[in-house]
Design a protein around this ligand. Structure first.
Ligand code: MN
Length: 163
């Protein structure tokens, strides 16, 4: 399962090592107040080689975004205090964080809510319970867009011995 995604990230890791920059893994901020969801998303991303930052509410999440400028933010909509839609508008109004892709994590699946997330300016949304394949596909696409990917390794450079 997810073979293509796995190969892509293995290739990305090889590129990072070849460049002598093992800390090049994308940094992803997760803003989610549900501990089980947070743990699931964090564990999946870390297994795939991403670095993660975490916040359980919007305000500390926005602070982390300003300080570390992650490649991607996964934003729960229903948060204690400030909700995810308001948090997105604050991120977009700050030049430091305005360009960071933000994917909504939401329990809402109704069509009018989807429209609300689109018009609010989210770069995508994932419906909870989180589907692992959908999560990794969305994360991979956002990170590919937000960073200059070096492309595939040149043929014959992989050290594969000829028979
Ligand atoms: Mn929540």
């Amino acid at each position: 399962m997810c073979l293509r995604t796995d190969l892509r990230w293995q290739s990305g890791n090889l590129d990072a090592i070849a460049l002598g920059n093992v800390m090049a893994a994308e940094l992803i901020l997760i803003i989610e107040d549900n501990e089980k969801n947070l743990k699931l998303v964090r564990d999946l991303l870390q297994i795939k080689g991403y670095q993660t930052l975490e916040a359980g509410a919007a305000e500390p999440g926005i602070e982390l975004a300003r300080r570390y400028v992650p490649q991607l933010i996964l934003m729960d909509i229903q948060l204690p205090g400030m909700d995810g839609v308001t948090a997105l508008s604050q991120l977009r109004s700050d030049p430091v964080t305005a360009k960071i892709p933000v994917i909504a994590l939401t329990a809402f699946a109704m069509q009018n809510e989807r429209q609300r997330f689109r018009s609010a300016g989210f770069d995508g949304y994932l419906v909870k319970p989180i589907n692992i394949r959908e999560l990794l596909t969305a994360v991979g696409e956002c990170c590919a867009q937000s960073t200059s990917h070096p492309g595939p390794l040149p043929a014959g450079e992989g050290g594969v011995a000829s028979p």
